[in-house]
Ligand binder design. Structure first.
Ligand code: FMN
Ligand code: SF4
Length: 647
């Protein structure tokens, strides 16, 4: 099975056991610039699961490289023991480990004290996304940074790492030098391609001089930056050719941190097809003599195998695939059907990163919690009979964890199909893959031995007849209808639109309270169905609650469809033809006139009927997920794990 994927490969002096790479990704698990036990446990879990190569998240090479408040720094020898613990833990499981050497130039998101940064860049050209105006580098500054790359590489080598990757991708400092729209210099670093590549070349040469021939040195580069001021792909290819003698591998991805449209590709959401960057990987593969890694939504071994077998690349980055299922490589060889495929929702991985929290996965909250919740998933010494009401994400995860621990679990779902709200979420445009969460969790519950009964609503009578030791209520939620006057208006809720039981036609106003997928997705669906759509959001912007790259992709899609977005709109009421809002900052009235239909995306109310009916029942009753209080699938699944390890 997957013969190319599981064949070894040499990256310069480093032999890697297979072609699967966990590419550099900031975990928000570093502390004070150093490796933590949590980070070691996180990567050890993936090494144990069979990955070939782990490229650890970016390490700053200079004080001015701090682009977030929670990154690793390789600028001092004091960092070496932490890196060494990481290397030992990863090597113990037969995987290889390399580090990313990083300077962001002007791409600075935040400082650690909330003040605006002093960013160093080739020229004083402002960054669009973070609104940073950098100061131009002098020769002395350039020399200092180049020396920083070299000494940082040497520290990784001293720690026992197998190699390093120069991050020249995503519009970071080396790419800023390369891009003539950003590099306006008229010295030896500006103008011709040769001059613009000088910095990266000096970095590669300084690193090699510092580490010698026995340490792998690679280069990460954006094949396509995907924005209007992007580096031309032809120049990228030419640059790769010129760098070929100086590095051991290339790593091709897409995107550019500098703009909203380019940044979407840093962690492409489910709107992009699996392996969409492979064609550019193929162009680089043809242009250079060194192995090429390609990364971008490769979430299953079948996809990776076909990219490798067709010669488009030599290795595949499968980063979120491994965040979601650290055992994916081992399962690919023994039980591929058991792989929990990443669905590209971006919610708990990059979504957490952008909010400054350690990364995890909505489908597998054990990720990032290797030392806490995951460590407590041990066999029970007192198996009990557990009845679960509700087959959405919360109920299914509880069933999987409890059955795996040895409890006797029966899950009852009132509907004919498992899934709860995920069944509706997958009907939103471009979000069909969200249904994968149910396929995966249902498979895990069944595999662990849970019994699943469909068309089986749970009542007090059923609980009394079954007499389980404990009941878990995961009955979810229903659409929330605010208490407002809507006389004469045509009002429908989000669920009815998605189920096709409403008739929204004509001029539609979507009133969006949560600022997430539902309001935006409905607006897109209705616009595609031919309605003229206005999206009124209660917050300051559309998609305020969404992971950034999902938000921006959805805003782009709405813009292309002509949907107008109206922020600061708090729903007040509706009548025939008009929807009334109050401006959520000024309190002034805002009118949406000439409206045929008001679509409510106003959140949910918990379904607590069973909890109320079971009042006084002598057994243990636990309420989790939206039945406890409405949130998202992430909290539902996490809560199920949290309960599952305590019973
Ligand atoms: C949480 C998170 C943090 C990331 N941080 C980095 C980073 O520090 N350096 C980098 O070059 N790429 C970073 N990336 C991008 C990944 O290396 C990778 O290119 C991206 O996840 C797409 O690959 P995938 O579809 O296999 O997940 C990050 C990705 C995620 C999910
Ligand atoms: S949170 Fe979503 S995108 Fe991130 S790893 Fe999990 S399934 Fe994939």
């Amino acid at each position: 099975m997957f013969p190319t994927l599981f064949s070894p490969i040499d990256l310069g002096p480093t032999r890697v056991r297979n072609r699967i790479v966990s590419t550099g990704h900031d975990t928000v698990m570093a502390h004070d610039g150093h490796v933590t036990d949590r980070l070691v446990a996180y990567h050890a879990a993936r090494a144990k699961g069979g990955v070939g190569l782990i490229i650890v998240q970016v390490s700053g090479v200079h004080e001015t490289a701090r682009y977030t408040a929670h990154m690793l720094m390789a600028t001092e020898d004091a960092a070496i023991p932490g890196y060494a613990r990481l290397a030992t833990a990863v090597h113990a499981h037969g995987a290889r480990i390399m580090g990313q050497l990083f300077h962001p130039g002007r791409e600075i998101m935040e400082t650690d004290d909330g003040t605006a940064p002093v960013a160093w860049a080739p020229s004083a050209v402002p960054n669009s996304r973070f609104r940073v105006m950098p100061m131009p580098l002098t020769q002395a500054m350039i020399d200092e940074i180049v020396a920083g790359y070299a000494s940082s590489a040497r520290r990784l080598q001293q720690a026992g790492f197998d190699g390093c990757e120069i991050v020249a991708s995503h519009g970071y400092l080396p790419a800023q030098f390369l891009n003539p729209a950003v590099n306006r210099r008229d010295d030896a670093y500006g103008g011709s391609l040769e001059n613009r590549l000088r910095f990266t070349l000096q970095v590669a040469q300084a690193i090699r001089a510092a580490v010698g021939p026995d340490f792998t040195v690679g280069l990460r580069i954006s094949g396509e930056e995907r924005d209007t001021e992007a580096l031309e792909p032809a120049e990228t290819i030419a640059a790769c050719r010129m760098l070929d003698p100086h590095v051991d591998f290339f790593h091709v991805i897409a995107g550019n941190s500098a703009t909203l449209s380019g940044a979407i590709h840093i962690v492409p959401p489910m709107f992009y097809e699996a392996g969409y960057t492979a064609p550019f990987g193929a162009q680089v593969t043809r242009a250079v003599s060194k192995p090429v890694i390609v990364t971008g939504r490769i979430n299953q071994p079948q996809v990776a195998e076909s990219i490798l077998a067709s010669g488009q690349a030599a290795m595949c980055g499968m980063t979120r695939a491994l965040i979601c299922d650290p055992d994916m490589p081992t399962k690919a060889q023994t039980a591929p059907d058991d792989i929990r495929a990443c669905i590209g929702c971006n919610q708990a991985c990059i979504g957490h990163f952008h909010r400054g929290y350690p990364i995890s996965c909505i489908q597998f909250p054990e990720t990032g919690r290797e030392l806490t919740l995951a460590a407590r998933k041990t066999p029970t010494t007192s198996p009990r009979r557990i009845l679960i009401a509700g087959g959405g994400p919360a109920g299914l995860k509880a069933a999987a964890v409890l059955a795996e621990r040895g409890h006797r679990v029966t899950l009852h779902e009132a509907a004919a199909q498992l899934g709860g709200q995920a069944l509706l979420a997958q009907l939103l445009p471009g979000r069909a893959e969200f249904g994968g969460i149910i396929t995966n969790l249902a498979h895990e519950a069944r595999r662990a031995g849970a019994t699943i009964r469909l068309n089986s609503p749970v009542t007090r009578a059923l609980v009394e007849a079954e007499a389980p030791d404990a009941v878990i209520i995961a009955t979810g939620a229903r659409p929330h209808w605010p208490e407002i006057a809507t006389e004469g208006a045509h009002v429908v809720d989000a669920w009815a639109v998605l189920r096709g039981t409403a008739n929204p036609g004509g001029r539609v106003v979507v009133a969006d309270w949560r600022g997430d997928w539902i309001g935006m997705g409905l607006a897109e669906k209705l616009a595609r169905d031919g309605c003229a759509v206005r999206l009124h959001v209660e917050g300051i912007a559309a998609g305020e609650s969404l992971p950034f790259y999902v938000r921006d992709e959805m805003v782009a899609r709405l813009h292309r469809l002509g949907v107008t977005i109206h922020p600061y709109s708090r729903l007040f009421g509706a009548d025939a033809g008009t929807v009334y809002f109050t401006h959520s900052a000024s309190g002034d009235p805002v009118l949406a006139e000439e409206t045929d239909t008001l679509v409510l995306a106003q959140g949910h109310d918990s379904d607590r009927k069973l909890a109320d009916d079971l009042a006084g029942w002598p057994g243990a009753v636990h309420v989790i997920g939206d039945a406890l209080t409405p949130r998202s699938a992430e909290e539902a699944v996490l809560e199920a794990l949290g309960l599952g390890v305590t019973m």
